[in-house]
Design a protein around this ligand. Sequence first.
Ligand SMILES: NC(=O)c1ccc[n+]([C@@H]2O[C@H](COP(=O)([O-])OP(=O)(O)OC[C@H]3O[C@@H](n4cnc5c(N)ncnc54)[C@H](O)[C@@H]3O)[C@@H](O)[C@H]2O)c1
Length: 253
Amino acid sequence: MGELHNNKVVWVTGAASGIGRAVVEEVLSEGGRVVGSDLPEADFSWAEDIGEVFVVSGDVSDPEHNEMAVKCAEDQFGRIDGAVLNAGMAGRVDLFDGSIESFDRVMEVNVRAVVLGVRACSRVMRPGSAITVTASTSGMRGDPGMWVYNTSKAAVINLVRSASMDLAARGIRINAVCPGPTETGMTTGFEGQPYEDMRRRIPLQRWGHAREIAAAHSFLLSSQASFVTGAHLPVDGGMSANSGQFTPPAFSL
Ligand SMILES: NC(=O)c1ccc[n+]([C@@H]2O[C@H](COP(=O)([O-])OP(=O)(O)OC[C@H]3O[C@@H](n4cnc5c(N)ncnc54)[C@H](O)[C@@H]3O)[C@@H](O)[C@H]2O)c1
């Protein structure tokens, strides 16, 4: 067990599965304690016997849920030192005649909720605290048929840049992690050829694991990143380094 987050209290949204769960496990393994929040129907059975994890149910796009999660951190553990605003949803809406309410919902969960989360925790965080946001490589470029998701993730990248300046005046850092294709609940629909096609576009020739994304969050939360704020870090096997003109070479090991 490491000591990177010794006695730190970290709030993680979307904590029940995928990247969020991996962040919880990473923070615990480095000596921290966690308030994990997720939707009421989310499965937190894996966290039941872990004393250092307190679970809060609700929807991140609801301001009260955000306030409640931060209050729980203070009530249960007496402080909050970090927040990983990770909950998010995919969403495909036809550009020409798709429902505009579906667009609104993706923006609510992927952008509005991050604003609410930043507001809720930064009010009580002390100087030296840090926030990370799960954006996406989809926020750095466009994807066919995914304009809603692309728009929402681009918005949080620039939200992080802008907010970093206001938060710096309070001694709080904020950064974004941009995962590439990662095996989680969100991507279970990618099987067979679509999975393989995506794999081939990644220079490291494989999908990412949730723990690899969690490691980036962990670094950015920690004092090792004490001079890093307003940044967005691609964790994507090199995918975003490619201009898109050529398919990366296959391994010839
Ligand atoms: N998996 C990928 O390839 C990938 C790539 C880039 C970015 N991301 C981002 O990573 C983040 C985590 O997703 P994941 O891949 O771990 O998927 P996941 O489905 O395993 O986890 C997402 C979690 O967020 C929760 N959640 C969704 N909407 C919520 C809401 N309104 N309120 C509270 N909780 C809510 C879900 O219940 C779930 O537990 C998301 O922001 C996603 O956009 C994922």
